[in-house]
Design a protein around this ligand. Structure first.
Ligand code: XMP
Length: 509
């Protein structure tokens, strides 16, 4: 495995991606990781990431210098090479001006890290400080016009560094550099495949649960479904899934979920219908945060009551993914970004005195989809767009009533149908409709109407942290609008949401 020390770069996840694309397993750790912990992990190599700080800033992140003497090959990227140079007796030059964008890399020594890289080659720079003098035994291997020391190494100690970012697409030879580091320098083998991951994780689940029972809150989304199937494969009937129908799901969704999950996946599932409980609690509530809190609270109560019926359960499984963990570990003081409070069972493990089981916690979303495929989940499940825990309640602005839920369900069904038939469902991160608390005047068959307005929202995104509104073809938008107004009683106007995130969010509430 490769250990990535996170100095706070926005590209860290990308480094992990690149390593895993080479079928080598990797983990990201904060700079505070101790020498002992590193030894225990037995990494074949360490990558020191970039970061926004200057090495001279008082609070800039520092790793334990001892890691440079472990004898493990190290690749420092941007801030990572500066940290290495600074700690080993070289000199980093402070600079107020950032060098940002393309530069041409001229290679002087292509024997090690840069083997097979054409010269010159474009590379992507994003740094303020730069290296003024190398530590003893280091040599310069490549430079750019503005950065005389752009690649440097001490091959005897197997320490390497690059000032640019090999992990980004803008450095076309970056993949060669990372491959050289992994295979030529660290001697890694290609062993990280979804098949091997599934096998090892199943074994680990069997080992850690040790004959005990596990409960899991199933939402029907890809993360919890893949988690369920993986655990089911490992421990069979010792896993019980609980699916709560909160009455806020989309049209026919609860029934479809039941069918797929039971028939195709043979999971042991308890369905809890709690529609009335949720709806009565939401009566008269219009404030978005209040709605979320009420739904979260009732969910926990319902889940808890059901989970308690499962005698002897010791574990609570969750479909937590890697980005959640990276954000919460975050490099230095405080998270880099606020995590959504969308872990609906948060707080439960303590109350129920259960241990957490999070078998997907080192995977990215697309890796989870690949794992789902490996485990035989139906395509329709693997490619479901994310759906928020509070469901349609946060897509009905104002009060949630049965009538308004009915309208939104019909609108949403038409929208999904059109998006799917146009071949856009998988291309979009999400596509959905929002029912507004407004009415507008229209005319239908010579009659004046005064009806509801719905907004259509379709976004592209990589990780939901940022998103852009989808440039859907006008023809498709026209068809969606026509069908909604013609087919759904009570709606006479459709608008398209053209806001990106930030500053807007994906959901309206
Ligand atoms: P926002 O609206 O904050 O949403 O841009 C980002 C992503 O998170 C989803 N979302 C939730 N998911 N429970 C969930 O399971 C929630 O409470 C929740 N709120 C937002 C949203 O659909 C989008 O994909």
């Amino acid at each position: 495995m490769i250990l990535i020390i996170d100095f706070g770069s926005q590209y860290n996840q990308l480094i992990a991606r690149r390593v895993r694309e080479c079928q080598v397993y990797c983990q990201i750790a904060p700079p505070s990781i101790s020498e002992d912990e590193i030894r225990r992990l037995e990494p074949e190599g360490i990558i020191l990431s970039g970061g926004p700080s200057s090495i001279y800033e008082k609070n800039s992140p520092k790793a334990d210098k001892a890691l440079l003497a472990l004898g493990v090959p190290i690749l420092g990227i941007c801030y990572g090479i500066q940290f290495m140079v600074h700690e080993l007796g070289g000199k980093v030059k402070r600079s107020k001006k950032r060098e940002y964008g393309f530069a041409e890399l001229n290679i002087e020594d292509a024997s090690g890290l840069l083997k097979g890289v054409p010269s010159p080659t474009p590379c992507w720079m994003s740094h303020g400080d730069s290296i003024a003098a190398l530590p003893p035994a280091f040599r310069c291997e490549a430079s750019t016009d503005n950065t005389p020391i752009a690649v440097a190494s001490d091959p005897n100690r197997r320490l390497f560094g690059v000032q640019f970012h090999p992990e980004v697409e803008h450095t076309p030879a970056g993949k060669i550099i990372i491959r050289n580091f992994l295979f030529q320098i660290c001697g890694c083998r290609k062993s990280w495949t979804m098949k091997s991951f599934a096998k090892e994780t199943e074994e680990e689940i069997r080992r850690s649960t040790d004959g005990q029972k596990v409960v899991l809150g199933l939402s029907g989304g890809v993360d919890s479904s893949v988690t369920a199937v993986l655990i089911h494969k490992a421990i069979g009937k010792r896993l019980t899934c609980i699916l709560v129908d909160n009455g806020l799901l989309r049209k026919d969704e609860a029934d479809q979920l039941k069918q797929t999950l039971r028939k195709h996946l043979h999971l042991n599932i308890r369905f809890v219908s709690a529609r009335n409980r949720f709806l009565s609690a939401l009566k008269g509530v219009t404030d978005p945060e209040k709605k979320r809190k009420i739904i979260g609270k009732i969910f926990i109560e319902v889940f808890e009551a059901e989970a308690k019926k499962i005698r002897g359960a010791r574990f609570l499984a969750q479909g937590t993914l890697y980005p959640d963990i990276i954000e919460s570990v975050s490099a230095f003081g405080g998270p880099t970004s606020v995590i959504k409070s969308h872990h609906n069972v948060g707080g439960l493990p303590k109350r129920l005195k259960l241990h957490l089981l999070e078998p997907l916690k080192y995977l990215f979303k697309d890796e989870v989809r690949r794992l789902g495929k490996e485990l035989g989940l139906p395509e329709g499940m693997i490619w479901r767009q994310p759906f928020p825990g509070p469901g349609l309640a946060i897509r009905i602005i104002g009060e949630v009533t049965r009538k308004r839920l009915g309208i939104l369900r019909e609108v949403d069904a038409v929208l999904q149908d059109e998006i799917r038939s146009a071949g856009y469902y998988r291309k979009l991160w999400q596509s959905f409709a929002v029912l507004l608390p407004l009415r507008s005047v229209g005319v239908m068959g010579d009659q004046r109407t005064y009806e509801h307005i719905v907004a259509v929202r379709a976004v592209t995104s990589r990780d939901a942290m940022t998103a852009d509104w989808a440039r859907l073809p006008h023809k498709l938008l026209a068809k969606i609008s026509n069908r909604i107004i013609n087919e759904v009683d009570g709606v006479n106007r459709v608008v398209y949401d053209i806001s990106s995130k930030p500053p807007s969010t994906i959901e309206w509430e």
